[in-house]
Design a protein around this ligand. Structure first.
Ligand code: PGA
Length: 250
């Protein structure tokens, strides 16, 4: 059975006290979420230690939004995978389209980041997804395949077994436009098939999350699809009740 996961990507939102409050509200509501659904929250780096305390004992997983592509050294402003694991971070989002687009994250850098994260015992949440013009040109399968092949195909099966994949069509992120459940299911099934081509039966065990304007009103239909194992939630993760309502959609 694949893990069902609902992960909240706070992006660059909330001060530390606001983040502590939000994490506390999510932790307080965890008992309303069906057993077997794993909640994860990904606050900014500055919030990690405080959020860790706010969610202690709740079973919620702690996730960072990025890590460096070097182990350590003279890389001003960067945060290493080892630093994250030293504050008990368990997951890290890598390859988010905003990082690819605004911070020049190439496949080569992402391969390094994933390797370093895995070495430190972190589980990467690796994001893939096409832009609007790529979908309109019918290239979405091709784009997602290359994001998977060039990065995830460098991993061993043991490494791959610790990766979570998130499909996030760029045109649906923060736009209020969601992929229909049939569009999402179609590409999730395709991603699983691509993974199976390299990793065989392991592909059946990999959780593939949907991201892009996922909210309480559409989560139920999306999560009911066979190959959609949960969500990576941006905007709606900033309000505890909405985030928890999404997790209750299973
Ligand atoms: P959104 O963001 O839910 O605000 O569309 C999703 C994401 O970027 O992870």
């Amino acid at each position: 059975m694949r893990k069902k996961i609902v992960a909240g990507n706070w992006k660059m939102n909330k001060t530390v006290p606001e983040g502590e409050e939000l994490a506390g509200q999510v932790a307080a509501g965890v008992s309303s979420v069906p057993a077997g659904v794993k909640l994860i929250i990904a606050p900014p780096f500055t919030h990690l230690s405080c959020v860790r305390k706010a969610i202690a004992g709740s079973g919620i997983g702690l996730c960072a939004q990025n890590c460096a592509d070097h182990e350590k050294g003279a890389y001003t402003g960067e945060v290493s995978a080892k630093m994250l694991s030293s504050v008990n971070v368990e997951y890290v989002i890598l390859g988010h389209s905003e990082r690819r687009e605004y911070y020049g994250e190439t496949h080569e850098k992402l391969v390094k980041k994933i390797e370093l994260a895995l070495e430190q015992g972190l589980s990467p949440i690796y994001c893939v997804g096409e832009k609007l013009e790529e979908r309109e040109a019918g290239k979405h399968f091709e784009v997602v395949d290359s994001q998977i092949r060039e990065v995830l195909f460098t991993l061993s099966p043991e490494q791959m077994s610790r990766v979570i994949v998130a499909y996030e069509p760029v045109w649906a992120i923060g736009t209020g436009k969601t992929a229909t459940s049939s569009q999402a299911q179609e590409i999730h099934a395709h991603i699983r098939k691509t993974l199976a081509g390299k990793f065989g039966a392991l592909a059946e065990e990999i959780s593939i999350l949907y991201g892009g304007s996922c909210k309480p009103s559409n989560a139920k239909e999306l999560f009911a699809c066979e190959d959609i194992d949960g969500g990576l939630i941006g905007g709606a993760s900033l309000v505890a009740d909405e985030f928890l309502a999404i997790a209750r959609s299973f």
